[in-house]
Design a protein around this ligand. Structure first.
Ligand code: PMP
Ligand code: GLN
Length: 381
């Protein structure tokens, strides 16, 4: 029963967005930005659609985009890549993750995961025949339980998934935590699939450090990126995997039977966009930090206890001070229906346990959407 996909429910993001729509709610649930799309990148996609080409690009991605991704890694992290051997374009980070997991996991392999979990990890791991070993980090401080993490590793561990900056917690893993993980990966000879889709969304002077940049870790790491997050264009579904040539081979085998390729005009626009000046990247993070603070202040004013978020575009908030009688799933349904504001229950990112009083709010929204959400919540509570 472990491998049957139909035993999983409909993903929480779809469920809550449909509910938001039905009730005309301000949707701070599913993570998608509003009002942040760079018009010049969109224009490039539009031009490339008309000019073509519009046939299947190479399965590994267009040379232009692979080179642009390699330049991006060199520019921001000093990682020198061979774009033709170490970069593969995918249809979103979701496909990149699936290709990594299907490519590397053999039935019976153990996979170390850290809850809260992004929703696609576990279903794919189970379908691949992997055995998940879960370690929890929890609000309010999302501290890494080092002993538990060490105990989750065994000689059967094939890989672990690291998500930093982390969804939904906003946790940005510290250099010290990354070094600890690195030691375990080396000791147990394991790979790490590094879900770094929020790499540019880090705040308050924090810096994103790809695990791949730690000494000796390059051959163990598969770094997953997403243009959806870098350009606030989540519907485009352009992602990528960066890994050592021999690690990328099995991942490419999975990719060729999942999607094979990705629309050429979107690849062209993303290749162009990745070369945007530093002010674009800095401006995006600065604007999002402002939105985060605006939403956090508003939610505190309503009565929520808001957790700190160093990265991503999510805030988590404890709703117990509001006196609501029910769990987080009930709370998120309730505020959608009664207050007209949608959030995501944090327990959806865990396999059970006592985390039933936190809601996740997306702050990658217009100021007016954030203000409207706060007005509605204030009116209701
Ligand atoms: N990983 C995490 C942690 C995410 O939050 C998301 C965003 N939705 C993804 C992967 C998937 O990204 P994409 O939309 O590029 O498939
Ligand atoms: N990653 C987005 C989130 O966490 C949603 C992606 C999706 O809807 N599949 O909200």
């Amino acid at each position: 029963a472990n491998t049957i996909l139909s035993s999983f429910g409909t993903t929480i993001f779809e469920t809550m967005s449909r509910l938001a729509q039905a009730h005309g709610a301000v949707n701070l649930g599913q993570g998608f930005p509003e009002g942040l799309e760079p018009a010049d990148v969109v224009a490039k996609a539009s031009e490339a659609l008309v000019s073509g080409p519009n046939q299947y690009p190479s399965m590994m991605g267009t040379p232009d985009l692979r080179q642009a991704i390699a330049r991006h890694e060199a520019r921001f992290y000093g990682v020198e890549l061979d774009p033709m051997a170490e970069v593969m374009v995918t249809s979103g980070a979701t496909e990149a993750l699936a290709a990594c997991l299907f490519g590397l996991i053999e039935p019976g392999d153990e996979v170390v995961l850290i809850e809260p979990l992004y929703d696609s990890y576990l279903p794919i791991i189970r379908r691949a025949g992997g055995i998940a070993k879960l370690v929890r980090v929890e609000p309010p401080h999302w501290e890494l339980p080092r002993q538990a993490l060490a105990e989750a590793f065994s000689p059967k561990t094939k890989l672990m998934i690291l998500n930093t900056p982390m969804n939904p917690s906003g946790k940005v893993w510290t250099a010290d935590e990354l070094a600890f993980l690195a030691g375990l990966l080396e000791r147990f000879d394991a790979y790490c699939v590094c879900d770094e889709v929020y790499e540019h969304l880090v705040y308050d002077g924090r810096r994103h450090v790809p695990l791949m940049t730690l000494p000796g870790l390059r051959p163990r790491c598969l770094k997953v990126g997403s243009a959806g997050k870098i350009f606030s264009l989540t519907g485009w579904k352009v992602g990528w995997v960066i890994a050592a040539p021999e690690v990328l081979v099995p991942v490419a085998k999975a990719h060729q039977y999942l999607t094979f390729t990705t629309p050429p005009n979107l690849q062209a626009a993303v290749a162009w966009g990745l070369g945007k000046e530093d002010s674009y990247y800095d401006g995006l993070a600065a604007m999002l930090a402002e939105r985060r603070d605006r939403l956090a202040t508003g939610l505190r004013g309503v009565g929520f206890e808001v957790m700190e978020a160093g990265g991503s575009y999510f805030l988590t908030a404890d709703f117990r001070p509001l006196g609501f009688d029910g769990d987080d799933a009930a709370f998120c349904r309730h505020i959608t229906e009664k207050a007209g504001v949608t959030a995501i229950p944090v327990s959806a990112f865990y396999q059970g346990g006592d985390v039933g009083h936190f809601a996740r709010f997306c702050f990658a929204k217009t100021e007016s959407a954030i203000d409207e959400a706060i007005t509605r919540l204030r009116r209701y509570f």
